[in-house]
Design a protein around this ligand. Sequence first.
Ligand code: NAD
Length: 255
Amino acid sequence: MNRQKVLITGGASGIGLALARRFIARGDQVAICDADADAVARMQAQMPDVIAVQADVTDEAQMAAFLNGIESRWGGIDVVCANAGTGGPAGRIETLDYNDWQSCIAVNLNGAFLTCRWAARLMRAQGAGLIVLTSSTAGLFGYPLRAPYCAAKWAIVGLTKTLASELGPAGVRVNAICPGAVEGDRMDRVVAMEAKASGKPEDEVRAQYVRGVSLRTWVSGDDLADTVLFLASPAASKISGQIMAIDGHTETLTP
Ligand code: NAD
């Protein structure tokens, strides 16, 4: 398989970093953006082959500079992972602050819009390409105490289905991944936040995530990378419009 040109938003830590590592390991070219300047600098030092740029996915001008820069450097793109996301606030809807609602929707949904709009234009002209959006199991179930995050991740499912239909005739595939709870810093923060909002001990919140999953497991960044690399392979050339949960089969987010 030819070297692929892969762009990942929110790629300097967590799932995005796991994806970048795996694409680099198989010889692909990778560009990432991330809002966290320190994480970008760390990644650049550890992985000098990656083009790593500080850019906020909600900022149209920053994203235009990043995306147009990649377009002029590479000329085309094979895979775009609209991955950047934030957990947003935890609490019952009547306690939520409007600014927190807006910033959660902005990062998780508006950022995906700006990324996909650029990718769609370029890939339609190429007549080929793959977009992978990161939703969540929160995009498949109701998720008490996490209304903005849940709403944004359901919206990603709608965006995925729509873009798969719009871009399919041009030869472009669009799929979403729905990770379950991923081991790492991000879920440690989420568990602490949900424990505070619900008054439950952190161990109980953590155990709840496992109880609702048939395989009684969390997932790893590498589990997700396995799926994205499969989607980016010729074996997946007929797969589009799919909402793929990598989660050990979530039965409920409210066990
Ligand atoms: P993470 O916090 O470890 O990494 C997210 C990265 O995105 C960070 O490097 C952060 O700096 C960056 N980012 C945040 N806001 C940004 C912005 N405005 N512009 C650019 N970059 C920004 O989280 P993660 O677990 O790697 O999450 C990646 C994606 O997976 C997100 O969309 C998240 O909602 C989704 N997800 C995560 C889990 C989980 O359990 N961790 C589960 C389901 C879905």
